[in-house]
Ligand binder design. Sequence first.
Ligand code: F6P
Length: 343
Amino acid sequence: MRVGVLTGGGDCPGLNAVLRAIVRKGERHHGDVIIGFSDGWRGVMDHEYTELTVENMRGALTRGGTILGTTRINPYMYDDGVERVRATAADLALDAMIVIGGEGTLSCGMRIWQEGVLNVVGVPKTIDNDIGATEMTFGFATAVDIATEAIDRLHTTAESHDRVMVVEVMGRHVGHIAVWAGIAGGATLTLIPEEPFDIEQVAAAISRRHEHGRYASVVVVAEGAVPKAGTLELPEPEIDQYGHQRLGGIANVVAQEIERRTGYETRVTVLGHVQRGGSPSPFDRLLCSRYGVGAIDAVHDEAWGQMVALQCNHIVTVPIAEAVASLKIVDAELWAQAKTFFS
Ligand code: F6P
């Protein structure tokens, strides 16, 4: 078969490992030709591509970013976008497209398939881990490792100086990274978008802890955390060219308020894109390899409109429609357990 592949949306560790696995299984086992498009859907519309082979994918397993490049551009942003996708598919005699992306890229892939433009199979990518119908997206585990290491390091400097450290992690709408890294790093408190926080209670918890002779608190804040209505004013976020809020910086407001209300010296660390860069963790290398193999096998099973997913440690396929129907929020049971550790 002739199979296209693209990476769309924000990058994350493991994209190249997925590509490598698709090429390995596709070329060696199925005898496929794999065509990699530049910059997500943009490359499909603009006919920009390169053939991916086992030979030219050497070294890709551990390499961060995406060798194909990525953008948030999609064909529905242009009057002739879908026709350009159709023309490229016909010109290259594509049998299918593997779409590696988050909610936006997958939703677009689903629509392209539903409208009969191309056969599509999806792979769930995002460090935020907010795609439904799968227990884990790739990139998430690496981000948790990076955030946990940062919390560990902040603990030691916090102890030396007897300070409160506020560390901001990614998580636009959900707090998966914050909760996992918060538990793993032994955070004092973790603030997530799923449960609006009261800054007065945050400050009181830190004061209580310090009054008991425990010092050096580390507070983890997801970038998308929200204060309870009327308790704290946040600056209006900028909107990017795709209509997304550009988050980042809530930790500064939280830290300022903690210092003002408790009198404890407070510092801020915003981890930002450090969580998205660099080599995937061993767990993600394995997950990406399994997702890539699962995706090319799904193409040969003609599982159109489906996405590979991790369920009970098996790689399965699920309808993309189900995966993008609603954001996967932090599991209530995990959050209840997490509260045991967050004073
Ligand atoms: O969706 C993944 C994500 O990393 C979010 O956590 C974050 O808000 C956003 O992407 C940042 O996007 P950009 O790279 O466009 O700043």
